[in-house]
Each structure stands twice: as structure tokens, then as C-alpha cells.
Design a binder for this molecule. Structure first.
Ligand SMILES: NC(=O)c1ccc[n+]([C@@H]2O[C@H](COP(=O)([O-])OP(=O)(O)OC[C@H]3O[C@@H](n4cnc5c(N)ncnc54)[C@H](OP(=O)(O)O)[C@@H]3O)[C@@H](O)[C@H]2O)c1
Length: 311
């Protein structure tokens, strides 16, 4: 069986390669962005027609933080729509029977009930700062749903919660909360600082899934004969930013004080996936936050020493 993992150089794509590498009888098809720009419709169609993979996992996307998303919404909408349309239609035209499309929890309305069930999709306005990205991802998941409904191909989608792990982006301004904290406390420890200032009150609650577990959940969904059109992938539990910060400080070995700057914005009070659909199917996350941070900090040190750290 031939599996095309789109976006294999990214954090999610890298985890998928590690996960599927171990499967016997599976041939991975991988292309860098330079070899195959997924926004190029003709190139994608020609590649899929020639390669004829049995299955595709879509882990490529133009991704970015709040600043990039709100400054370049035209690119975020256009590129991600093009990536989704080219690969989904190209796969269908090439006779690909299976397609797993990955999105993110930002597809759900800004004021979605917590935890957020799959059924809250398209029930209210999106968070304005990442609306362009979210609309492209909603279009992608709907394309999968409609190709499946109209043409009988097994194209389906999964929406992961906040991810972390090997290959994460540790850029000081553009990174997500977990890698940002790891880098901040690591540098404070090395500099022998007495205190670290953290943003906000620490009260907001967030959910974190180790990226290797996401890859395992994808493998689980791909083996199902009749998966749901849309499934949330998360742990179903959350921690406060204060708890997360204290865990990271302890794992990194920072001995100083943590000071909370409550003049900085907290953001949404809570963002948690409802994972009951995935749990009912038989998959559950196993890596807790403490264990995940330990694994990730070890990986951070390895990537730093090897000169491969992103950001
Ligand atoms: N990270 C998270 O916390 C998180 C959470 C939920 C969902 N997700 C979802 O998971 C997916 C992957 O995210 P990620 O965190 O792995 O992002 P990432 O590390 O930035 O990886 C994205 C990959 O897509 C590739 N790519 C972008 N544009 C392309 C194009 N035009 N043609 C070919 N390849 C292209 C990038 O190639 P280059 O390396 O050349 O740029 C990169 O390898 C996204 O759909 C995202 O929404 C991520």
C-alpha cells in the first residue's frame, strides 16, 4: 500500500512519518514543498495521476500565529483553499480511495460550548484573527464530506487540539505557548535569572496533545472501514496556563520565581475539545502533560545540540 503524507517536513507530518514508518507493507510517498508546491494545481494533478497512492494524509498547510494570520489573511485563505482543493480533487481524479484531511480546532465558532463537540461546526461566528485560515479548513473538510457523499470515496477529516512535541517551532515571537515556555525557562536557567515573568493571570485553561499521539489517532482512523466525516482529536482534559508553566519550570529545572503580569491579556478562558466521538470509536490519549513536557524538553535539547531547532 502506498501512502502519500503531504507536509512531511512539518511537526505533524514528521510524527506521521515516524508512526507509519513502523508499519509493514506500507510504502511512504514524500515530497518537499520545493519538489511539489501543493498550491500548483497542474503539478499536484500530474503527481497524483502518476504516483497513484492508495491513501493520502493532508498535513501540509500555511500556518502561523495571530500576527501572520491577521496581517496576511488573503494568503492564508488562498493558499490553504488551493492546497485543499488541489489535493482532494487531484486525489479523486487519480482514483485515490482514501483521504484523511487535517484541520484544527479554530474551525469551531469563537463562542462554541466547552468542551467543543463536532456538532458546533458552523453554528456561529469564527474568531476574527484566524477566520481566513479557518474558512479554508472548513472548505477542505466539507470537500471531503461532499466527495464522499457524491462519489462514494472514503474521504474524511480530523481536527486536532493544540499539539506539541518533536519538530515544534521555538521561535520567540511566533511559537505556541508550550514551546515558548520551554525556551523561556531554558534560557532563564542558563542565564541564572532569579525570576521569569509570565503573561496574564495563568487562569485560562488549555488542552495539549503530544504530536506522536495525534499520529497514532490518524493511524487508528485510517484503519477504520467507515470512519465519521469529522472527528476531534484531543485528550479531553485541560490544564491552567499556571499549572502548565509550573510543570515546564520544574521539568526544565528553573529554580527562580514565576511572576504573573496580569496587565497582559489572558485570551479565551477555556478551549477544550469534546473527544467523546473518538473515545466511543475506541481511541484514547495516554501521554499526560508532565510526561509529554519531559519528552519534549529532552527533544528540545537534542534538536538544539544538533542545530536543527526550528525558530
Ligand atoms: N501545531 C499545532 O499545534 C496544530 C494543532 C492543530 C492542528 N494542526 C494542523 O496540522 C497541520 C500541520 O501543522 P504543523 O504544525 O505540522 O505545521 P508545520 O510544522 O508548519 O508544517 C506544515 C508543512 O506544510 C508544508 N507546506 C506549506 N505550504 C505548502 C505548499 N504550498 N506546498 C507543499 N507543502 C507546503 C510546509 O513546508 P515547508 O516546511 O517548506 O514550509 C510544512 O512542512 C495543519 O493543518 C494544522 O492546522 C496543528
Amino acid at each position: 500500500m502506498k501512502l502519500f503524507i503531504a507536509g512531511h517536513n512539518g511537526m505533524v507530518g514528521g510524527a506521521l512519518v515516524r508512526r507509519f514508518h513502523a508499519e509493514s507493507g506500507l510504502q511512504l510517498v514524500l515530497k518537499t514543498r520545493r519538489e511539489l508546491d501543493l498550491t500548483n494545481q497542474a503539478a499536484v494533478a500530474a503527481f497524483l495521476a502518476a504516483e497513484k497512492p492508495d491513501a493520502v494524509i493532508m498535513a501540509a498547510a500555511k500556518v502561523g500565529g495571530i500576527f501572520a494570520n491577521s496581517t496576511y489573511p488573503a494568503e492564508f485563505l488562498h493558499d490553504n483553499l488551493a492546497i485543499a482543493a488541489n489535493t482532494i480533487h487531484g486525489a479523486y481524479a487519480a482514483g485515490v480511495k482514501r483521504f484523511l484531511f487535517l484541520g484544527s480546532s479554530c474551525i469551531y465558532p469563537k463562542l462554541a460550548p466547552q468542551p467543543m463537540p463536532e456538532s458546533c461546526l458552523l453554528t456561529g461566528p469564527l474568531e476574527p484573527t484566524n477566520e481566513a485560515y479557518a474558512i479554508a479548513k472548513i472548505a477542505g473538510l466539507k470537500l471531503c464530506e461532499y466527495y464522499r457523499k457524491q462519489h462514494g470515496v472514503c474521504y474524511h477529516s480530523a481536527m486536532p487540539t493544540n499539539l506539541y512535541g518533536p519538530g515544534d517551532n521555538y521561535h520567540l515571537q511566533n511559537s505556541h505557548v508550550m514551546p515558548a515556555l520551554i525556551r523561556k525557562f531554558h534560557e532563564a536557567k542558563l542565564a541564572g535569572r532569579a525570576e521569569v515573568t509570565a503573561w496574564g493571570t495563568g487562569a485560562p485553561k488549555r488542552e495539549f496533545l503530544h504530536v506522536d499521539e495525534l499520529a497514532d489517532a490518524c493511524a487508528f482512523l485510517l484503519k477504520m472501514a467507515n470512519p465519521p466525516d469529522l472527528v476531534n482529536i484531543g485528550t479531553g482534559t485541560d490544564v491552567t496556563i499556571k499549572e502548565l508553566t509550573e510543570i515546564v519550570a520544574a521539568v526544565v529545572g528553573f529554580k527562580g520565581r514565576i511572576v504573573w503580569d496580569a496587565t497582559k491579556p489572558d485570551g479565551t478562558p477555556r478551549k477544550l475539545m469534546d473527544v467523546s466521538r473518538l473515545t466511543a470509536l475506541g481511541w484514547q490519549a495516554r501521554i499526560g502533560v508532565r510526561e509529554g513536557v519531559e519528552k519534549t524538553y529532552a527533544g528540545f535539547l537534542t534538536e538544539l545540540a544538533a542545530g536543527t531547532l526550528r525558530g
